[in-house]
Design a protein around this ligand. Structure first.
Ligand code: ZN
Length: 359
């Protein structure tokens, strides 16, 4: 076991640029949570598991997973209310004699399972209870560090079981945030292409094509994303999985994370707890799309149609804080070159906020 699970994650980050690690089983549909045993059997995952869940999500879904596994699998439960190095430690310890891990819940729970399973070299199953961001299917994990959150490379889930009944009953705000995370693929790709032209950064055409297509399908069907409908939940889950696969193909988060994500991380630091990940990414996408000379108005229209916020005020954040976030964006993960590196000044940031978030 490591002294510092997050440090280990960084140290073990072998060159994955030639690796494509993909989920094997993706099960999406009504009541599919009962199919956990079939998935475990199909993937020969073993006979003992650590199930990580949250307090609320355990009652909502975790308990059903435990019951479904019944006598076939010895299940230990860990309730993780937050993600932190000590919780990850706890998970690693609890899973030391388990064959595999299961994360049942939101982003924090799934990321805890993702990091602990990666550090222990075991597989994990992702069972999201909401469709709020693409981390449910990707290799990336968001972990707290001294200065805000960092996004690190771990491993993708071996299986994703997305029960649309459970996901549709989650607050619509979460689903709308998931959509905004997918819509941000548009500007993530433009940033990647920019970095390719300016810095010679290698690109993956396949990852770009998939990521772009995913965002396009979502935007073209924005009118069917409605609160508490299983059909909508299914649609968004497929898009999030598809984004996760694009990242797996790239071997990095580049196809789904550019300047708009750096803006989102900056906003997280400046106004912690105000916005969901996808929400601040959506707001950042509007700025980034404008800077790229693209159709930022149609991005805004799609976000509105889905019910995602489009201005800092929608999130209860002052315009002045958004200005600081635009300026801070380039300092976050500075090796990732984006449009925010192209000479934004305080005056231009103020002008952007005034113009783009006025209505
Ligand atoms: Zn994201």
């Amino acid at each position: 076991m490591s002294a510092d699970p997050i440090k280990l994650l960084k140290e073990r980050g072998f060159d994955k640029s030639k690796w494509m690690q993909l989920p094997r089983d993706v099960v999406i549909g009504h009541d599919v949570i009962g199919q956990v045993p079939s998935v475990c059997e199909d993937l020969k995952l073993g006979s003992s598991a650590l199930l990580i869940s949250g307090k609320g999500t355990m009652g909502l879904a975790g308990e059903r997973v435990r019951q479904a596994l019944g006598n076939d699998c010895e299940v230990k439960v860990l309730i993780a209310e937050e993600i932190s190095p000590s919780v990850i430690h706890q998970a690693e310890k609890a899973a030391s004699d388990a064959d595999f891990l299961i994360g049942v819940g939101g982003g924090r729970v799934i990321d805890t399972a993702k990091i602990a399973s990666y550090n222990l070299d075991r597989q994990f199953i992702s069972i999201p209870t909401a469709a709020s961001h693409d981390g449910i299917a990707s290799a990336r994990a968001s972990v707290p560090t001294g200065e805000g959150n960092a996004s690190l490379e771990a491993q993708p889930p071996i299986a994703i079981i997305a029960d649309t009944g459970i996901i549709a009953s989650a607050p619509h705000r979460l689903l709308a945030a998931g959509c905004a995370d997918v819509i941000s693929n548009y500007t993530a790709i433009l940033d990647w292409e920019l970095a390719h032209r300016v810095k010679g950064e290698p690109m993956s055409e396949y990852a770009i094509a998939l990521s772009k297509m995913t965002a396009e399908i979502l935007v073209e069907n924005a009118q069917i994303i409605k609160p508490h409908m299983e059909q909508s939940a299914r649609f968004v889950i497929k898009a999030l999985v598809s984004s996760g696969v694009a990242m797996s193909i790239a071997g990095s988060s580049r196809p789904a994370s550019g300047g708009e994500h750096k803006f989102s991380h900056a906003l997280d630091r400046l106004a912690p707890g105000k916005a969901l990940h996808g929400e601040s990414c959506g707001i950042g996408t509007i700025v980034s799309m404008y800077l790229h000379g693209g159709d930022w108005r149609s991005i805004r229209t799609s976000l509105r149609e889905i019910g995602a916020p489009t201005t800092p005020a929608d999130l209860g954040i002052d315009d002045a804080v958004a200005v600081e976030a635009i300026l801070m964006a380039k300092t976050i993960r500075p090796e990732r070159f984006t449009i925010f590196d192209m000479g934004i000044t305080r005056e231009s940031a103020e002008h952007l906020v005034q113009m783009l978030y006025a209505e």
